[in-house]
Design a protein around this ligand. Structure first.
Ligand code: SF4
Length: 348
């Protein structure tokens, strides 16, 4: 792997797969047989894994733990536990869940961190200033990731539809982050497939617990997968409209803001990213917005995430932008728009 970048413990909480995080954990000298020391780390590791299959709903506060060292150490412990369960589906889901979280962090990063992480994966990438494109990336690294996961089904990721010059593909910042998500997912997945030996008793118990809970839920997981995943291009008309107006700094009503935030949270978009979306709005106050988003995410107050309003409620509030959209006519809630669209496409 490539060169390292200068990262603080706060950065390592966001990017715990990097070698700097491994070194940081090694220097902590954690004794894997010392229950007292391990307890909070193991708890956080369980939360990380639980987020992938709706286990421990009461513990699913994804905001990082207040002690950086606990959060950073929880990542290798979680990977170790997933490896110990020896289930390909769990390994894939865990890697995807971690990679999606990292994608949301990357979107808010400056060039040096994005380039540093890309270089860690030995990408041939350079900053660029051509219109909307912030980087050029050698097509080998582009293809390595654009032909994986959900990207392979989207025409906009096909190389023939891209601007290519001397082997370099022009990409936006969002696209680089999305490609890195695929790279990181595969990297983490490989780690969770490593053979684990000499398992301390405490972790053996956790492996057994996670395995039993996961196998109970495994048969119903494809339904859950569908529920949580929509690419931005698949968002319903109302959400596209709210996003567009927010980017332009226009005012959204309470019902519109509530719908936008709860929808994005359900799609796995992180609190930081959502807060930043509102930064162009005239009366933006980061602390106030963060408080409200965390509240809707269930990280405050009742600790229950809020559900997106149904289309009928949005129509009553006068904020439904296109009830005559052929897909909208056949759904009850914006959250199911992409699923219905897919099933209509399949039948056609
Ligand atoms: S019908 Fe529902 S999903 Fe479609 S635009 Fe209206 S509120 Fe949004």
């Amino acid at each position: 792997m490539g060169e390292s970048i200068l990262l603080t413990p706060v950065d390592l909480v966001k990017y715990p797969f990097l070698p700097e995080a491994k070194k940081y954990v090694a220097e902590l000298g954690i004794d894997l047989n010392d229950l007292g020391e391990l307890e909070s780390i193991v708890d956080r590791a369980k939360v990380r894994i639980a987020a992938t299959f709706e286990f421990l709903a009461h513990m699913q506060n994804q905001a990082p733990y207040k002690k950086s060292e606990v959060e950073i150490a929880a990542f290798p412990v979680a990977a170790f536990v997933v490896a110990g369960v020896k289930d390909k589906t769990l390994a894939e889901r865990y890697a995807l869940s971690e990679a999606k979280k990292i994608y949301n962090y990357l979107l808010d990063e400056k060039d040096n961190v994005i380039l540093g992480i890309a270089k860690f994966f030995e990408w041939d990438i350079n900053p660029s200033k051509q219109g909307p494109f912030s980087y050029t990336l050698h097509f080998v690294y582009y293809l390595r990731n654009a032909t994986k996961g959900r990207l392979v089904h989207s025409p906009e990721w096909k190389l023939v539809n891209r601007q290519l010059d001397k082997g370099q593909v022009s990409v936006t910042k969002n696209e680089v982050c999305r490609l890195l998500q695929e790279e990181i997912k595969n990297y983490i997945e490989d780690r969770t497939k490593e053979e684990v030996t000499k398992i301390p008793q405490l972790l053996q118990d956790v492996i057994e617990e996670i395995k039993a809970e996961f196998l109970k839920r495994k048969p119903h997981l494809s339904e859950f997968d569908q529920k949580i995943q929509a690419e931005e291009s698949e968002y319903p008309p109302c959400i596209m409209d709210f996003l567009d107006r927010t980017a332009k700094g226009q005012h959204l009503s309470h019902a519109e803001r509530f719908t936008l935030v709860t929808y994005l949270l359900h799609q796995g978009i992180g609190v930081d990213r959502i807060v930043n979306l509102f930064s162009n709005v005239a009366d933006f106050r980061e602390d106030k917005t963060r408080y409200q988003v965390e509240h809707l995410a269930g990280q405050r107050g009742s600790r229950t995430p809020y559900r997106t309003y149904n289309c009928s409620t949005l129509q009553t509030h006068g904020v439904c932008v296109n009830p005559n959209d052929p897909v909208c006519k056949r759904i009850r809630n914006p959250l199911t728009y992409h699923l219905r669209k897919k099933s209509i496409k399949k039948r056609e």
